[in-house]
Ligand binder design. Structure first.
Ligand code: KG4
Ligand code: ZN
Length: 333
Protein backbone atom coordinates (compact mmCIF):
# COMPACT_ATOMS: atom_id res chain seq x y z
CA UNK A 1 0.00 0.00 0.00
CA UNK A 2 1.22 3.47 -0.84
CA UNK A 3 0.92 6.68 1.12
CA UNK A 4 -2.53 8.25 1.17
CA UNK A 5 -2.82 11.97 0.68
CA UNK A 6 -5.97 13.99 1.28
CA UNK A 7 -6.34 17.00 -1.03
CA UNK A 8 -8.48 20.07 -0.29
CA UNK A 9 -9.31 22.79 -2.83
CA UNK A 10 -11.25 25.92 -1.82
CA UNK A 11 -9.58 28.72 -3.78
CA UNK A 12 -12.69 29.97 -5.55
CA UNK A 13 -16.20 28.62 -6.07
CA UNK A 14 -15.61 24.87 -6.05
CA UNK A 15 -15.17 22.79 -2.92
CA UNK A 16 -12.96 19.87 -3.97
CA UNK A 17 -11.78 16.95 -1.87
CA UNK A 18 -9.81 13.88 -2.95
CA UNK A 19 -7.75 10.97 -1.68
CA UNK A 20 -4.71 9.99 -3.75
CA UNK A 21 -2.66 6.85 -3.05
CA UNK A 22 0.98 7.01 -4.19
CA UNK A 23 0.73 3.42 -5.46
CA UNK A 24 -2.93 2.82 -6.31
CA UNK A 25 -3.55 6.31 -7.77
CA UNK A 26 -6.67 8.39 -7.30
CA UNK A 27 -8.97 6.59 -4.85
CA UNK A 28 -11.86 9.08 -4.76
CA UNK A 29 -12.63 12.69 -5.49
CA UNK A 30 -15.66 14.89 -4.95
CA UNK A 31 -16.36 18.38 -6.23
CA UNK A 32 -19.19 20.63 -5.16
CA UNK A 33 -19.76 23.61 -7.46
CA UNK A 34 -21.26 26.81 -6.07
CA UNK A 35 -22.44 27.98 -9.51
CA UNK A 36 -26.10 28.19 -8.44
CA UNK A 37 -25.17 30.19 -5.35
CA UNK A 38 -23.40 32.92 -7.34
CA UNK A 39 -25.45 32.88 -10.57
CA UNK A 40 -27.89 35.54 -9.38
CA UNK A 41 -24.97 37.96 -8.83
CA UNK A 42 -23.33 37.34 -12.22
CA UNK A 43 -20.03 36.42 -10.58
CA UNK A 44 -18.43 34.89 -7.51
CA UNK A 45 -19.28 36.69 -4.24
CA UNK A 46 -16.24 36.03 -2.01
CA UNK A 47 -18.08 36.08 1.33
CA UNK A 48 -20.72 33.63 0.11
CA UNK A 49 -17.98 31.38 -1.30
CA UNK A 50 -16.21 31.22 2.07
CA UNK A 51 -19.42 30.43 3.94
CA UNK A 52 -20.33 27.65 1.54
CA UNK A 53 -16.86 26.07 1.82
CA UNK A 54 -17.26 26.10 5.63
CA UNK A 55 -20.71 24.57 5.36
CA UNK A 56 -19.65 21.72 3.09
CA UNK A 57 -16.06 20.83 3.81
CA UNK A 58 -16.53 18.51 6.84
CA UNK A 59 -19.22 16.46 5.09
CA UNK A 60 -17.31 16.31 1.79
CA UNK A 61 -14.15 15.11 3.54
CA UNK A 62 -16.07 12.41 5.38
CA UNK A 63 -17.85 11.34 2.21
CA UNK A 64 -14.69 11.28 0.07
CA UNK A 65 -12.63 9.36 2.61
CA UNK A 66 -15.44 6.81 2.84
CA UNK A 67 -15.63 6.57 -0.95
CA UNK A 68 -11.87 5.92 -0.97
CA UNK A 69 -12.56 2.94 1.26
CA UNK A 70 -10.37 4.21 4.07
CA UNK A 71 -10.55 5.97 7.41
CA UNK A 72 -9.26 9.40 8.40
CA UNK A 73 -6.61 7.78 10.62
CA UNK A 74 -5.19 6.07 7.51
CA UNK A 75 -4.37 9.39 5.86
CA UNK A 76 -0.60 9.99 5.72
CA UNK A 77 -0.54 13.64 4.63
CA UNK A 78 -2.83 16.51 3.71
CA UNK A 79 -2.42 18.99 0.86
CA UNK A 80 -4.47 22.16 0.52
CA UNK A 81 -4.58 25.02 -1.96
CA UNK A 82 -2.70 27.88 -0.32
CA UNK A 83 -3.09 30.28 -3.26
CA UNK A 84 -3.64 32.06 -5.49
CA UNK A 85 -7.34 32.64 -4.93
CA UNK A 86 -9.90 34.41 -2.75
CA UNK A 87 -8.35 35.05 0.66
CA UNK A 88 -11.38 34.05 2.73
CA UNK A 89 -12.06 30.96 0.66
CA UNK A 90 -8.41 29.88 0.90
CA UNK A 91 -8.44 30.38 4.68
CA UNK A 92 -11.33 27.95 5.05
CA UNK A 93 -9.37 25.16 3.32
CA UNK A 94 -6.11 26.08 5.05
CA UNK A 95 -7.68 26.23 8.52
CA UNK A 96 -9.47 22.95 8.00
CA UNK A 97 -6.39 21.19 6.60
CA UNK A 98 -4.05 22.44 9.35
CA UNK A 99 -6.50 21.53 12.11
CA UNK A 100 -7.11 18.08 10.72
CA UNK A 101 -3.37 17.60 10.23
CA UNK A 102 -2.74 18.58 13.83
CA UNK A 103 -5.34 16.17 15.18
CA UNK A 104 -4.13 13.29 12.97
CA UNK A 105 -0.47 14.26 13.55
CA UNK A 106 0.39 14.13 9.84
CA UNK A 107 2.27 16.64 7.65
CA UNK A 108 0.23 19.35 5.93
CA UNK A 109 1.47 20.72 2.59
CA UNK A 110 0.44 24.09 1.14
CA UNK A 111 0.02 23.66 -2.63
CA UNK A 112 0.07 26.25 -5.41
CA UNK A 113 -3.25 26.08 -7.26
CA UNK A 114 -1.58 26.37 -10.66
CA UNK A 115 0.85 23.56 -9.88
CA UNK A 116 -2.24 21.44 -9.32
CA UNK A 117 -3.62 22.36 -12.73
CA UNK A 118 -0.21 21.95 -14.34
CA UNK A 119 0.30 18.41 -13.08
CA UNK A 120 -3.31 17.24 -13.50
CA UNK A 121 -2.75 15.64 -16.97
CA UNK A 122 -0.32 13.25 -15.25
CA UNK A 123 -3.38 11.71 -13.55
CA UNK A 124 -4.68 10.36 -16.87
CA UNK A 125 -4.28 6.77 -18.03
CA UNK A 126 -1.79 7.77 -20.75
CA UNK A 127 0.18 10.59 -19.12
CA UNK A 128 2.92 12.74 -20.68
CA UNK A 129 6.51 12.36 -19.51
CA UNK A 130 8.74 15.21 -18.36
CA UNK A 131 9.84 17.48 -20.00
CA UNK A 132 6.85 19.16 -21.62
CA UNK A 133 5.40 22.57 -22.39
CA UNK A 134 2.27 23.48 -20.41
CA UNK A 135 -0.42 25.89 -21.51
CA UNK A 136 -2.27 27.01 -18.37
CA UNK A 137 -5.56 28.64 -19.28
CA UNK A 138 -7.91 29.34 -16.40
CA UNK A 139 -10.16 32.12 -15.21
CA UNK A 140 -7.27 33.82 -13.46
CA UNK A 141 -4.20 32.84 -15.45
CA UNK A 142 -2.86 32.40 -18.95
CA UNK A 143 0.70 31.12 -19.00
CA UNK A 144 3.05 29.04 -21.08
CA UNK A 145 5.62 27.12 -19.05
CA UNK A 146 8.41 24.73 -19.66
CA UNK A 147 8.09 21.87 -17.16
CA UNK A 148 11.03 19.54 -16.59
CA UNK A 149 9.96 17.97 -13.28
CA UNK A 150 7.92 18.52 -10.12
CA UNK A 151 8.70 22.08 -9.03
CA UNK A 152 10.87 22.72 -12.10
CA UNK A 153 8.84 25.27 -14.01
CA UNK A 154 10.15 28.04 -16.25
CA UNK A 155 7.71 30.76 -17.30
CA UNK A 156 7.89 31.27 -21.08
CA UNK A 157 5.10 33.79 -21.49
CA UNK A 158 1.88 35.04 -19.91
CA UNK A 159 -1.02 37.40 -20.37
CA UNK A 160 -0.35 41.09 -19.93
CA UNK A 161 -3.98 41.83 -19.02
CA UNK A 162 -7.04 39.53 -18.91
CA UNK A 163 -6.70 35.77 -18.57
CA UNK A 164 -8.20 33.68 -21.38
CA UNK A 165 -11.05 32.41 -19.18
CA UNK A 166 -11.65 35.92 -17.88
CA UNK A 167 -11.92 37.15 -21.50
CA UNK A 168 -14.49 34.43 -22.23
CA UNK A 169 -16.41 35.32 -19.06
CA UNK A 170 -16.35 39.11 -19.59
CA UNK A 171 -17.27 38.80 -23.27
CA UNK A 172 -20.14 36.48 -22.37
CA UNK A 173 -21.35 39.00 -19.82
CA UNK A 174 -21.29 41.94 -22.24
CA UNK A 175 -23.18 39.79 -24.75
CA UNK A 176 -25.83 39.22 -22.11
CA UNK A 177 -25.10 35.53 -21.54
CA UNK A 178 -25.45 33.93 -18.13
CA UNK A 179 -22.83 32.96 -15.58
CA UNK A 180 -20.41 31.24 -15.84
CA UNK A 181 -19.81 32.77 -19.23
CA UNK A 182 -17.02 30.66 -20.74
CA UNK A 183 -18.97 27.44 -21.32
CA UNK A 184 -22.09 29.39 -22.41
CA UNK A 185 -20.13 31.47 -24.92
CA UNK A 186 -18.52 28.29 -26.26
CA UNK A 187 -21.94 26.63 -26.59
CA UNK A 188 -23.31 29.64 -28.46
CA UNK A 189 -20.21 29.72 -30.70
CA UNK A 190 -20.86 26.15 -31.78
CA UNK A 191 -24.17 27.33 -33.30
CA UNK A 192 -22.52 30.15 -35.26
CA UNK A 193 -20.00 30.57 -38.06
CA UNK A 194 -16.79 32.54 -37.65
CA UNK A 195 -15.55 35.01 -40.26
CA UNK A 196 -18.18 37.76 -40.38
CA UNK A 197 -16.75 40.11 -37.80
CA UNK A 198 -13.17 41.14 -38.26
CA UNK A 199 -11.90 40.70 -34.71
CA UNK A 200 -8.24 41.30 -33.82
CA UNK A 201 -5.74 38.57 -32.85
CA UNK A 202 -3.89 40.57 -30.15
CA UNK A 203 -0.11 40.02 -30.02
CA UNK A 204 -0.23 37.24 -32.60
CA UNK A 205 2.92 38.64 -34.19
CA UNK A 206 4.54 40.12 -31.10
CA UNK A 207 7.52 37.80 -31.47
CA UNK A 208 7.31 36.68 -27.82
CA UNK A 209 5.13 34.19 -25.95
CA UNK A 210 2.98 36.74 -24.12
CA UNK A 211 -0.75 37.23 -24.57
CA UNK A 212 -3.28 40.05 -24.38
CA UNK A 213 -7.04 39.56 -24.39
CA UNK A 214 -8.59 42.82 -23.22
CA UNK A 215 -8.52 44.37 -26.73
CA UNK A 216 -10.41 41.41 -28.12
CA UNK A 217 -13.11 41.85 -25.49
CA UNK A 218 -13.34 45.57 -26.33
CA UNK A 219 -13.65 44.72 -30.04
CA UNK A 220 -16.68 42.56 -29.24
CA UNK A 221 -18.13 45.38 -27.12
CA UNK A 222 -17.77 47.77 -30.08
CA UNK A 223 -19.64 45.35 -32.35
CA UNK A 224 -22.45 44.94 -29.82
CA UNK A 225 -22.72 48.72 -29.29
CA UNK A 226 -22.43 49.50 -33.01
CA UNK A 227 -25.22 50.44 -35.39
CA UNK A 228 -26.88 47.54 -37.12
CA UNK A 229 -26.17 45.06 -34.30
CA UNK A 230 -28.86 42.38 -34.16
CA UNK A 231 -29.27 39.82 -31.41
CA UNK A 232 -29.66 37.24 -34.20
CA UNK A 233 -25.97 37.68 -34.96
CA UNK A 234 -24.88 36.65 -31.45
CA UNK A 235 -23.91 33.08 -32.38
CA UNK A 236 -21.69 34.28 -35.24
CA UNK A 237 -20.06 36.89 -33.02
CA UNK A 238 -19.45 34.29 -30.31
CA UNK A 239 -17.88 32.02 -32.93
CA UNK A 240 -15.64 34.87 -34.11
CA UNK A 241 -14.55 35.68 -30.57
CA UNK A 242 -13.76 32.05 -29.84
CA UNK A 243 -11.87 31.71 -33.12
CA UNK A 244 -9.74 34.77 -32.39
CA UNK A 245 -8.91 33.63 -28.84
CA UNK A 246 -8.15 30.09 -30.00
CA UNK A 247 -5.97 31.32 -32.90
CA UNK A 248 -3.71 33.19 -30.49
CA UNK A 249 -3.57 30.38 -27.91
CA UNK A 250 -2.68 27.82 -30.59
CA UNK A 251 -0.07 29.99 -32.34
CA UNK A 252 1.73 30.82 -29.10
CA UNK A 253 1.63 27.21 -27.87
CA UNK A 254 3.21 26.01 -31.12
CA UNK A 255 5.82 28.76 -30.92
CA UNK A 256 6.64 27.67 -27.35
CA UNK A 257 7.14 24.06 -28.46
CA UNK A 258 9.29 25.21 -31.37
CA UNK A 259 11.40 27.51 -29.18
CA UNK A 260 11.96 24.91 -26.45
CA UNK A 261 12.54 21.99 -28.82
CA UNK A 262 9.93 19.90 -26.96
CA UNK A 263 7.27 17.74 -28.58
CA UNK A 264 4.63 17.38 -25.83
CA UNK A 265 2.08 20.02 -24.92
CA UNK A 266 -0.02 19.74 -21.77
CA UNK A 267 -3.17 21.86 -21.60
CA UNK A 268 -4.53 22.64 -18.13
CA UNK A 269 -7.14 24.91 -16.57
CA UNK A 270 -10.82 25.50 -17.25
CA UNK A 271 -10.44 26.86 -20.80
CA UNK A 272 -8.75 23.56 -21.67
CA UNK A 273 -12.28 22.15 -21.79
CA UNK A 274 -12.97 24.29 -24.90
CA UNK A 275 -13.67 21.97 -27.85
CA UNK A 276 -12.52 24.36 -30.55
CA UNK A 277 -9.21 24.93 -28.74
CA UNK A 278 -8.68 21.17 -28.50
CA UNK A 279 -9.54 20.56 -32.16
CA UNK A 280 -7.19 23.28 -33.42
CA UNK A 281 -4.33 22.24 -31.13
CA UNK A 282 -4.71 18.59 -32.14
CA UNK A 283 -4.74 19.49 -35.83
CA UNK A 284 -1.66 21.68 -35.62
CA UNK A 285 0.24 19.19 -33.46
CA UNK A 286 -0.53 16.31 -35.80
CA UNK A 287 1.08 18.15 -38.70
CA UNK A 288 4.27 18.50 -36.63
CA UNK A 289 4.22 15.01 -35.11
CA UNK A 290 3.75 16.49 -31.64
CA UNK A 291 1.34 15.28 -28.94
CA UNK A 292 -1.16 17.27 -26.91
CA UNK A 293 -2.33 16.00 -23.51
CA UNK A 294 -5.48 17.09 -21.69
CA UNK A 295 -6.63 16.27 -18.19
CA UNK A 296 -9.83 14.24 -17.93
CA UNK A 297 -12.74 16.69 -18.51
CA UNK A 298 -13.79 16.53 -14.85
CA UNK A 299 -10.23 17.42 -13.81
CA UNK A 300 -9.97 20.45 -16.14
CA UNK A 301 -11.81 22.77 -13.79
CA UNK A 302 -11.01 23.22 -10.11
CA UNK A 303 -10.92 19.99 -8.11
CA UNK A 304 -9.31 18.34 -5.08
CA UNK A 305 -7.70 15.52 -7.07
CA UNK A 306 -5.05 17.77 -8.61
CA UNK A 307 -4.22 19.17 -5.16
CA UNK A 308 -3.98 15.70 -3.58
CA UNK A 309 -1.80 14.59 -6.49
CA UNK A 310 0.57 17.59 -6.37
CA UNK A 311 0.82 17.16 -2.59
CA UNK A 312 1.56 13.43 -3.01
CA UNK A 313 4.40 14.14 -5.46
CA UNK A 314 5.89 16.67 -3.07
CA UNK A 315 5.33 14.42 -0.02
CA UNK A 316 7.19 11.56 -1.74
CA UNK A 317 10.21 13.80 -2.18
CA UNK A 318 10.32 14.55 1.55
CA UNK A 319 7.57 15.08 4.11
CA UNK A 320 7.96 18.88 4.17
CA UNK A 321 4.78 20.42 5.50
CA UNK A 322 4.21 23.86 6.88
CA UNK A 323 6.44 24.90 9.79
CA UNK A 324 4.72 24.80 13.14
CA UNK A 325 1.33 24.10 11.63
CA UNK A 326 0.78 27.79 10.86
CA UNK A 327 -2.33 28.54 8.83
CA UNK A 328 -0.95 30.46 5.90
CA UNK A 329 -2.47 31.43 2.57
CA UNK A 330 -1.10 33.51 -0.30
CA UNK A 331 -4.05 34.98 -2.23
CA UNK A 332 -1.73 36.57 -4.84
CA UNK A 333 0.92 33.82 -4.93
O1 KG4 B 1 -9.48 26.44 -13.92
P1 KG4 B 1 -10.82 26.96 -13.65
O2 KG4 B 1 -11.91 26.01 -13.26
O3 KG4 B 1 -10.82 28.02 -12.51
C1 KG4 B 1 -9.80 28.91 -12.29
O4 KG4 B 1 -8.86 28.56 -11.54
O5 KG4 B 1 -9.88 30.01 -12.89
O6 KG4 B 1 -11.24 27.79 -14.95
C2 KG4 B 1 -12.46 28.44 -15.04
C3 KG4 B 1 -12.44 29.24 -16.33
C4 KG4 B 1 -13.63 30.19 -16.41
O7 KG4 B 1 -13.17 31.45 -16.84
C5 KG4 B 1 -14.54 29.53 -17.43
O8 KG4 B 1 -15.34 30.45 -18.11
C6 KG4 B 1 -13.53 28.87 -18.35
O9 KG4 B 1 -12.55 28.37 -17.47
N1 KG4 B 1 -14.13 27.80 -19.16
C7 KG4 B 1 -14.22 27.83 -20.50
C8 KG4 B 1 -14.87 26.63 -20.90
N2 KG4 B 1 -15.13 25.91 -19.77
C9 KG4 B 1 -14.67 26.63 -18.73
N3 KG4 B 1 -13.83 28.75 -21.39
C10 KG4 B 1 -14.04 28.49 -22.69
N4 KG4 B 1 -14.65 27.38 -23.15
C11 KG4 B 1 -15.08 26.42 -22.30
N5 KG4 B 1 -15.67 25.32 -22.77
ZN1 ZN C 1 -8.26 26.73 -11.34
Amino acid sequence: MGKRVLGIETSCDETGVAVYDTEAGLLAHTVHSQIDLHAAYGGVVPELASRDHIRLLPALVRQTVRAADCRLDQIDAIGYTAGPGLAGALLVGAGFAESLGMSLDVPVLPIHHLEGHLLSPLLSADPPKFPFVALLVSGGHTQLMSVSGVGEYVLLGETLDDAAGEAFDKTAKLMGLGYPGGPQLAALASEGKPGRFKLPRPMLRSGDLDFSFSGLKTAVLNVVNGVGWKADDAADLAADFQEAAVDVLVAKSLAALEASGLSQLVVAGGVGANRRLRAQLDRAAKRKGWRVFYPEPELCTDNGAMIAFAAALRFERGPGGSPGGAVSVRPRW
